[in-house]
Design a protein around this ligand. Structure first.
Ligand SMILES: NC(=O)c1ccc[n+]([C@@H]2O[C@H](COP(=O)([O-])OP(=O)(O)OC[C@H]3O[C@@H](n4cnc5c(N)ncnc54)[C@H](OP(=O)(O)O)[C@@H]3O)[C@@H](O)[C@H]2O)c1
Length: 369
């Protein structure tokens, strides 16, 4: 490895998993966070890792974390509220950047606003390099490679396994705060370009383990990343299938959510709920609940007449474990100078399809049929 790896947010649940996976790989990392005592305790557990104190409220402290050629991994979220200083710091320093966001508006900002700045600075940004949205990018790229040039549309679905109630106890403090922060934000789809579209505007059903499961449209990184790899794509949609019997009602309710967002206080109320969640001492998610939720992503490719050309299903374990593994693997690759380009890169663009498939398999995410 040439550059240093710095994990910012190392005291959080995902940060600790990422650091743990780096240690398993024999990689040295600096653990960074806002609380010196918590960092010291974690460093002692890890046998004396280097620490750095940084707080997004003081951007200069974040900027001081990295130099040119280093790798900054950020797991400090909610990203729409707290994410900008780390990306800006990486760009300014000329450091490689990876993050764990699952927030579509932040993903969009990285591709549209930060990406060109990173390109000018000669460095690369790999956003949402975890459960959101690596499995869909991988499944999408695999099905599109197999479908060939006739493919003009790809649809990706993410599902929890384990039946109703499986999600209970499975979300971290950071995830709950992030969901509250983006619930009413505008989402997007790809129609020969990014188009704004409200969350849950579309509903469709995918087969998961042979049974139909309904899912609602959301934003993702697939919308930005897949058309760059497959320029014949005219439509990209990403769906979330976590809602079981509530799916149809949420789809209907989504018609009023843009109105709801305009009601004075509603947006601020959600934001405040996210901030309250972050202030409460974090109880880690139950890993057994994470294993029950599991990871399941499906991608289907279609030609211009609407004929389905193929489907790829990927299945794996705990979403947080997957995220920690992927961030650690990506950080080691980036530190070795393996990123092939500059600007905002999608997961496949950043690491290659075969390499990403192998890394996911190593993390337990494999083709399920
Ligand atoms: N894409 C995905 O699939 C995926 C998977 C996992 C997580 N995530 C996202 O990753 C983020 C973190 O999740 P998590 O599970 O690790 O949550 P978490 O356990 O609550 O960790 C949040 C981290 O952010 C730090 N932080 C909060 N405010 C800060 C500030 N002002 N300056 C510096 N650090 C600050 C916290 O520090 P303290 O320890 O000092 O409080 C903690 O280290 C969330 O946005 C979550 O949605 C996404």
């Amino acid at each position: 490895m040439s550059g240093r790896v710095v994990v910012f947010g190392a005291t959080g649940y995902t940060g600790r998993l990422t650091v743990g996976s780096l240690v398993e790989r024999g990689a040295q990392a600096t653990i960074a966070g806002r609380d010196e005592d918590r960092l010291r305790t974690l460093a002692a557990k890890l046998g004396g890792t280097r620490t750095a104190v940084a707080d997004v409220a003081r951007p200069a402290t974040v900027r001081a974390l990295v130099d040119r050629g280093d790798v900054l991994v950020s797991t400090v979220g909610p990203f729409t509220r707290l994410g900008d200083p780390a990306v800006a710091a990486a760009i300014e320093a000329g450091a490689w950047y990876l993050d764990s966001t699952g927030e579509p508006p932040f993903v969009r900002r990285v591709f549209e606003d930060f990406g060109p700045r990173a390109e000018a600075a000669g460095t690369a940004l790999v956003t949402a390099f975890g459960y959101d949205f690596v499995p869909g990018n991988l499944a999408g790229a695999l099905v599109l490679r197999e479908a060939g040039e006739q493919a003009t549309r790809v649809e990706v679905g993410y599902f929890s396994l384990g039946g109703p109630g499986a999600l209970r106890g499975a979300a971290s403090r950071g995830t709950r705060a992030s969901l509250a922060g983006v619930a009413l934000e505008p989402m997007f789809a790809w129609r020969d370009g990014i188009r704004e579209e409200r969350a849950a505007a579309r509903m469709r059903s995918f087969h998961v383990h042979g049974r139909p499961r309904e899912a609602l449209s959301i934003g993702g990184s697939e919308h930005f990343a897949l058309p760059r790899l497959f320029p014949g794509l005219r439509e990209v949609d990403v769906y979330l299938g976590w809602f079981g019997t509530a799916t149809r009602a949420l789809h209907t309710a989504s018609r009023v959510s843009p109105l709801l967002a305009r009601v004075p206080g509603v947006r601020a109320g959600l934001r405040a709920a996210g901030e309250r969640a972050m202030r409460r001492p974090g109880r880690d998610p139950d890993p057994a609940a994470g294993a029950r939720v599991g990871t399941y992503a499906v991608a289907a490719a279609f030609d211009g007449s609407g004929t389905q050309l193929g489907e790829v299903h990927l299945s794996g374990g705990d979403p947080y474990e997957l995220t920690g593994h992927l961030l650690a693997w990506g950080a080691v690759r980036a530190a070795a100078g393996d990123l092939p380009g500059t600007g905002a890169l999608g997961p496949v663009e950043a690491f290659g399809l075969n390499e990403l498939e192998a890394a996911c398999a190593e993390a337990g995410l494999i083709r399920s049929r």
